[in-house]
Design a protein around this ligand. Structure first.
Ligand SMILES: Cc1cc2nc3c(=O)[nH]c(=O)nc-3n(C[C@H](O)[C@H](O)[C@H](O)COP(=O)(O)O)c2cc1C
Length: 463
C-alpha cells in the first residue's frame, strides 16, 4: 500500500538574537516595533501557515564581561507580542517559547489560557528548560537546576498546567439570564496538584479555553528531553536537517511515544529551517554565499569559534589559519548566555584542524562551514521540491521557517514557493478549521470528566 501524501505543517519563525539575522541590511526593519511582528505574521497567514513562532532569551549575552552586541540585543516579552498579534490575524496559530524552569504553573497556565481565549483557540507553548546557570542567575540566586531536575520540573509543570486547564468543564459557565445562574458547575476551577516541585491547590481563575489546552511543543534533544516530548508534547521544534539524521530522530520519537502509550504519530516533528531563493540555481547559490558572508563576518567568525575554544580569539586573523592554541574548556567562560556546542572541546578542535587542513579553510571559512546555516537554497521549484520530499520521506512533518531578513524575509517564500506546494497538494489553499489544533490535525483534549451540576439559582440577583 502506498503511503498517504502528507500535508506539510509550516510555522513562521521571526529571527531574534543570533548571527543569522542581518540587522544592518538596508531592508531590515526593527526587531521590536509591533509593525515588524505584524508584517511577518500577516505574511505567514497569507501563505496559509499553521502558526507564528517566537523563541525566547532570558539573559543578555556577555563576552568577557561586556554586553555582547555583535548581533541583535534585546527583545520584547513573548506573550504580549502574541496577544497583540491575535488581534491582527484570524487563523494563524500563535506559539511562544516559554521557560518551565523559571515560571510558576498557575501564572503561566492563566496567561496561556487567556491567550487561547483572546485568539479564539490559537495558542501554543514551546516548553524549554534553559541550559545555563548564567540565565538562571536572573531568576534565582546562586543556584541552578541540573538537566534531570529541569526536566522533572518541566514534566511536573506541564502536569500541573493540565490540571489547571482541565479544572473548568467546557460547559461550566451557564450565564443563564432567565434563571440568574452564572455557573452550572459548583466545582469550577477546583484543582489540587501534589508533586516534588509543586504542591498547589485552590481554584483556577480562567474558564476552559477554546482548545481546552494550548498546543504543546518542546525543544531539546537529550534523552530526557525526548522522553518529555514523546510523553506529553504535540510537536517538537527540532534541530535536525540532514535527512538521515532527521529520519533517525523521527523514528526514535515515534518509538518513544509508542512505548509511553501514545499513538506513534502523536508528536509532530518540525525542524527549524531557512531558505535562500534565486532566479536560477546559480543565482541562488551566489545570493546564499553573499548572505552567509554577511552573517559571519571576520569578527563574528572569531566570536563563534570562541564558544568552543573558550579563549579570546580577537587577535587571530579571520583570513588566516586556525588559532594555534588549545581550547580552554575549564577556564572562566569567555561567552556567557549562549550554548556551548562542544561536549569535548579538545576533540572538536582536533576535528576542525583536520578539516581546515584538508579544505584549506581560513578561520572564517571554518566558522562559515560550521555555523553557516541555510537548509534550502535554490529556485522556488527546487526549494518546494526539497521541502516536500523531506516531509514525504519522513524527515519531518513540516518546518518552522526563518529568514535572514526581519520582517520581510518570508514574503518571497509565500509569493513563490507556497503556490508550488499548493499545486502539489502538499499545502492547504485555505484554512478549514478554526483552531490551531484543527489546523495541525490534533485531537481536542478530553474535557473535565466530572461536571458537578449544580449551584442553586441565586434568585436574589435577578432583577
Ligand atoms: C531547536 C531548539 C530551539 C531552542 N530554542 C530555545 C529558546 O528559544 N529559548 C531557550 O531558552 N532555550 C531554547 N532551547 C534550549 C532547550 O530548551 C534546552 O534547554 C536545551 O536544548 C537543553 O536541553 P536538552 O539537553 O534536552 O537539549 C532550544 C533548543 C533546541 C534544540
Amino acid at each position: 500500500m502506498s503511503k498517504p501524501h502528507k500535508q506539510i505543517i509550516l510555522g513562521a519563525y521571526l529571527g531574534g538574537v543570533n548571527h543569522h539575522t542581518l540587522w544592518s541590511d538596508p531592508e531590515a526593519g526593527s526587531q521590536i516595533d509591533f509593525a515588524s511582528f505584524r508584517h511577518a505574521a500577516q505574511t505567514a497567514e497569507r501563505g496559509r501557515f499553521d502558526f507564528f513562532f517566537l523563541a525566547e532569551g532570558l539573559a543578555l549575552r556577555e563576552r568577557l564581561g561586556l554586553i555582547f552586541d555583535q548581533d541583535v540585543v534585546g527583545r520584547p516579552d513573548t506573550l504580549p507580542v502574541l496577544a497583540a498579534l491575535a488581534a491582527v490575524t484570524e487563523h494563524l496559530g500563535l506559539i511562544g517559547t516559554i521557560n518551565a524552569t523559571f515560571n510558576e504553573p498557575y501564572e503561566l497556565a492563566r496567561q496561556l489560557s487567556s491567550l487561547d481565549h483572546l485568539s479564539g483557540g490559537r495558542a501554543g507553548w514551546n516548553v524549554v528548560t534553559s541550559f545555563d546557570a548564567f540565565t538562571g542567575a536572573n531568576f534565582r540566586r546562586a543556584d541552578f537546576l541540573h538537566r534531570d531536575e529541569r526536566y522533572t520540573r518541566a514534566g511536573e509543570f506541564l502536569a500541573a498546567a493540565r490540571e489547571l486547564w482541565d479544572s473548568w468543564a467546557a460547559d461550566a459557565v451557564a450565564a443563564d439570564r432567565e434563571a440568574g445562574v452564572f455557573l452550572r458547575d459548583a466545582k469550577a476551577g477546583e484543582f489540587a496538584f501534589d508533586g516534588a516541585q509543586f504542591d498547589i491547590s485552590g481554584r483556577f481563575t480562567t474558564p476552559r479555553s477554546p482548545q481546552g489546552r494550548p498546543v504543546i511543543l518542546q525543544a531539546g534533544v537529550s534523552p530526557q528531553g525526548r522522553d518529555f516530548a514523546a510523553g506529553g508534547a504535540d510537536a517538537i521544534f527540532s534541530p535536525y536537517h540532514r535527512l538521515d539524521e532527521a529520519q533517525e530522530f523521527y523514528r526514535d520519537i515515534r518509538a518513544r511515544a509508542a512505548r509511553l502509550g501514545r499513538p506513534a504519530d502523536a508528536v509532530k516533528l518540525l525542524p527549524h529551517a531557512s531558505f535562500v531563493l534565486g532566479e536560477s540555481e546559480a543565482d541562488a547559490i551566489e545570493r546564499h554565499r553573499d548572505i552567509t558572508r554577511r552573517q559571519i563576518g571576520g569578527r563574528t567568525a572569531q566570536i563563534l569559534l570562541e564558544t568552543v575554544w573558550n579563549r579570546d580569539l580577537s587577535g587571530y586573523d579571520p583570513d588566516g589559519p586556525l588559532p594555534d592554541v588549545d581550547p580552554d574548556p575549564e577556564g572562566p567562560p569567555v561567552i556567557r548566555g549562549r550554548a556551548r556546542i562542544a561536549e569535548d572541546a579538545h576533540r572538536r578542535v582536533a576535528e576542525w584542524r583536520a578539516l581546515a587542513e584538508a579544505e584549506s579553510y581560513s578561520l572564517r571559512d571554518l566558522a562559515i562551514h560550521v555555523f553557516g546555516r541555510t537548509e534550502f537554497v535554490g529556485t522556488p521549484e527546487q526549494v518546494a521540491d526539497r521541502i516536500d520530499t523531506f516531509v514525504q520521506q519522513d524527515g519531518s512533518d513540516g518546518f518552522i521557517l526563518g529568514s535572514h531578513l526581519t520582517p520581510t524575509g518570508l514574503d518571497e517564500f509565500v509569493d513563490k514557493v507556497v503556490p508550488l506546494l499548493q499545486e502539489r497538494g502538499s499545502l492547504r489553499t485555505d484554512y478549514t478549521g478554526t483552531t490551531l489544533r484543527d489546523n495541525l490535525g490534533l485531537p481536542y483534549p478530553n474535557a473535565h470528566p466530572d461536571v458537578q451540576p449544580n449551584v442553586q439559582p441565586d434568585t436574589t440577583r435577578v432583577a
